[in-house]
Every structure is written in structure tokens, then in C-alpha cells.
Ligand binder design. Structure first.
Ligand code: PEP
Length: 249
């Protein structure tokens, strides 16, 4: 079995301003006090460069990327641009981007491939809808989505997977540790089947209403290698206890 460092990633979504960057100080302090944990914040595009300048040891990331190198894609941002701005890791295929068919598995795969090609860590998100879970199809659907979204591993850049049940994102509802364990185990098997030994080194994050109260029990689950955190990453007061829970797990 490979030892995987815990990773806690904050996704600020379309929140935050220059003033919000003051939160990075205490978050970085907590990260320094937790040397076994990697900590990242993904602010909106407009704050990446400013955030990177005051990151203090935490990784700064982005929430999305366009798969092309450059061209007539109004409003889009490429992997090279994100890297130049100071991003070290980037989310691809968040369910809020996949929604309404805006992104297919193929698009997510191309985005992740572009990120790895530029030496950026790529977080590929997968997750089932409430209907798929109720129908008992959740594992089959998520594994199929995962296999369709995975790029080839290339170079030294790191691929990370985030399991985020759609019904748990921003709702205050969280997968139970047992439910998360079932899915993370299935994802681990799929990664090992696809990449062999390298698959056992890929970190799998859980996302969906992670907070100070539930982080410890989720991070204790085998194959839960940390969290992708939305709402509870917006303030240091809420995010720091999650970093501390990861350090203790
Ligand atoms: C997310 O946006 O990836 C997320 C998990 O959000 P929240 O923690 O708010 O559910």
C-alpha cells in the first residue's frame, strides 16, 4: 500500500474579493502547523495572481480551464495562462460545470490532459445524482464517468480524483463514511485497473458539504485522502479545523 499525503482543497467558487485574501494568512499558518497535509485554495481567476503572491506555503489553484492551448474561445482561460498566473493545481469537471451538458466526460478528459501537459496538478471531479443513487446505480455510473474522464498519465504532473456526490454539494447533506468508503474503494479499484501501480498513488478526495463537524469521520475512511471543500473554505475560521482534522487522520 502506498502512503498518500492528505490534501485539503478549498473551492471558493464565484466568491471572494481582494479583502477575502486576508483569510489566506491564518490558513497558511494552519498549513504550516500540519506538515503532513497539503493545503490548497482555488479562488476565482481574478484573484489567482494576488493569492499566489501571499500563499505562504499553500497551493493556489483554479476552478476550471479550457482544453485548448489558445484561440477564439471568448471568456476562456488556458492551462498555460493559469500556470503563468500562479496556479499549481486546477479543478476539471466540477458538477457545476458539467451541469446541463456543458461538459462531457470527453471534455473533462481533454482539460485534465492539458493541465498535466503543462505540469499542473489536475483534480478530476466525478459524482452521481440523487436519482442515480436512489436507483442503486451510483457506483456503476461514477466508475463509468471516471473512466471516461481520465487522461493518460504523463510526465511528473499529478492526477487527483475528487468524488463529489451532486446531492451533497452545497446542500448540507454529506455522504456517510460508509457510503464514501464504498465509492472511494470502487474508484481506487478502477484507478488501479487503469493505471496499475500508479493508480494506488492517486489521491482521492471527498467533496460535498465537508465541514469542521464531519471532516474527521470522513478523513478516517480508507481511501479518502482528503477533501474538496466549498462553502466551509471561505473563511479561515471554518477551514482551519478541517485542515486540523486532516492532520490528525
Ligand atoms: C464543491 O464545490 O466542490 C463543494 C464540495 O461544495 P460544498 O463543500 O459547499 O458542498
Amino acid at each position: 500500500m502506498h502512503l498518500r499525503r492528505k490534501l485539503v482543497v478549498g473551492n471558493w467558487k464565484m466568491n471572494g474579493s481582494r479583502a477575502a485574501l486576508a483569510e489566506l494568512g491564518p490558513i497558511a499558518e494552519a498549513a504550516r502547523a500540519a506538515p503532513g497535509v497539503d493545503v490548497a485554495i482555488c479562488p476565482p481567476f481574478t484573484l489567482i495572481t494576488l493569492a499566489a503572491a501571499r500563499a505562504g506555503g499553500i497551493l493556489i489553484g483554479a476552478q476550471d480551464v479550457h482544453e485548448a492551448e489558445s484561440g477564439a474561445y471568448t471568456g476562456a482561460v488556458s492551462a498555460a495562462m493559469l500556470k503563468e498566473a500562479g496556479a499549481r493545481l486546477v479543478i476539471a469537471g466540477h458538477s457545476e460545470c458539467r451541469a446541463r451538458g456543458r461538459e462531457t466526460d470527453e471534455t473533462v478528459r481533454a482539460k485534465a490532459a492539458a493541465l498535466l501537459a503543462h505540469g499542473l496538478k489536475a483534480i478530476v471531479c466525478v459524482g452521481e445524482s440523487e436519482e442515480e443513487r436512489s436507483a442503486g446505480d451510483h457506483v456503476v455510473r461514477v466508475v463509468a464517468q471516471l473512466l471516461g474522464s481520465l487522461p493518460e498519465l504523463s510526465g511528473e504532473a499529478e492526477l487527483i480524483v475528487a468524488y463529489e456526490p451532486i446531492w451533497a454539494i452545497g446542500t448540507g447533506r454529506t455522504a456517510t463514511p460508509a457510503d464514501a468508503g464504498e465509492m472511494h474503494n470502487a474508484i481506487r479499484k478502477a484507478l488501479s485497473g487503469r493505471f496499475g501501480d500508479a493508480g494506488s498513488r492517486i489521491r482521492i478526495l471527498y467533496g460535498g458539504s465537508v465541514n469542521a463537524g464531519n471532516a474527521a469521520s470522513l478523513f478516517a475512511v480508507p481511501d479518502v485522502d482528503g477533501g474538496l471543500v466549498g462553502g466551509a473554505s471561505l473563511t479561515a475560521a471554518q477551514f482551519v479545523p478541517i485542515i486540523e482534522a486532516a492532520a490528525l487522520s
